[in-house]
Ligand binder design. Structure first.
Ligand code: ADP
Ligand code: MG
Length: 292
């Protein structure tokens, strides 16, 4: 494409809230046949809300103080939801030491001399930590509904379970179906639990998906597809999938209202609307065919 056609194309895209960082991405996008999508914040709102809290031994408020304090150290959307819930119920969050975030799993820290772990079921499985059957079946029921579940351990004992729900965006359903119609392959990758991911994928009619993948796994999967000769687009919210966005042929960061990770990604879709991806692809194809 000529510099002029690129300029015209990026200008039209910008008017629709699609920002191409460099002309070359406008040239590549229309040639990509595979679109990888993150779940949280991309296909869903990225604004999870706490729906259920189950406590073991502690009072709900004592539990919320501890988990709220620990999650305050994390900037994950789930952490924000939990902290917000805690602050709405208790006046004061205790001090936290040695907070460690475990990407793809959760967060841990010391609170009042106690060791607190807030993590997904996959973390406990991986570390061979036993979850009592009653708690396990609760987790199963919640994830079956598409909710994301965190299990909390305090000093090596089950202290409670927190479930959050993150709505699928109406625009995602339309966008996925149109992308499929356009002949693109769609793959959803999520760090979320197997059941939760499966439910969301089913609601979106996405057949190819992988769950419980870490940010590094996402990057590796993209690299593999590229090595097989595919041109790959990755769409993410940019909060924790920067490595995956960087490894794709075109990394697209999608804004979720207030948070837009413009720094990551070759293309930014300002408003969190996946339908703009279809517009971006159309503009890219036109740019490449109209003027050689
Ligand atoms: P996604 O691919 O859905 O964006 P992430 O890699 O961001 O997933 O997170 C994967 C999972 O790790 C989340 O679904 C959640 O269970 C867990 N997780 C990550 N960070 C936190 C946190 N701060 N608190 C609780 N759970 C977390
Ligand atoms: Mg994410």
């Amino acid at each position: 494409a000529t510099p002029t056609s690129i300029m015209v194309g990026s200008g039209r895209a910008a008017q629709m809230g699609i920002l191409f960082k460099e002309g070359k991405f406008l040239e590549i996008l229309g040639k990509c046949k595979i679109v990888i999508m993150d779940k949280t914040g991309t296909l869903t709102n990225g604004k999870p809300e706490v729906t259920n809290i189950y406590v073991n031994r502690l009072s709900e408020n004592a539990f919320l103080e501890i988990v709220g304090a620990v999650e305050q150290t994390s900037n994950h959307p789930i952490a924000k939801a939990i902290t917000q819930k805690a602050k709405s119920k208790v006046h004061f969050l205790p001090r936290v030491n040695k907070a460690v975030s475990m990407p793809g799993y959760g967060v841990k820290a010391m609170v009042n001399g106690q060791k607190v772990i807030i993590a997904n079921p996959g973390y406990y499985k991986k570390n061979n930590i036993f979850i009592p059957p009653q708690a396990d079946s609760l987790v199963y029921d919640l994830t079956e509904k598409g909710q994301t579940v965190m299990i909390v351990f305090i000093d090596s004992r089950l202290a409670g379970i927190i479930a959050v729900a993150d709505e699928i965006r109406a625009s995602s359903i339309v966008a996925v179906s149109r992308l499929k119609q356009a002949g693109l392959g769609i793959i959803m990758l999520t760090g979320d639990n197997r059941n939760t991911g499966m439910t969301v994928a089913r609601k979106l009619a996405i057949k190819n998906y992988q769950t419980e993948v870490t940010p590094q796994d996402k990057e590796r999967i993209i690299q593999q597809l590229k090595n097989q000769g595919n041109k790959v687009v990755m769409v993410g919210d940019g909060i924790n999938d920067a490595p995956a966005l960087a490894s794709a042929d075109v990394g697209i960061a999608i804004g979720t209202g207030s948070d837009i990770a413009i720094e990551t990604g070759d293309v930014t879709i300002i408003k969190g609307d996946l339908k703009r991806l279809i517009d971006a692809i159309t503009i890219s194809k036109k740019t490449m065919t109209n003027i050689k």
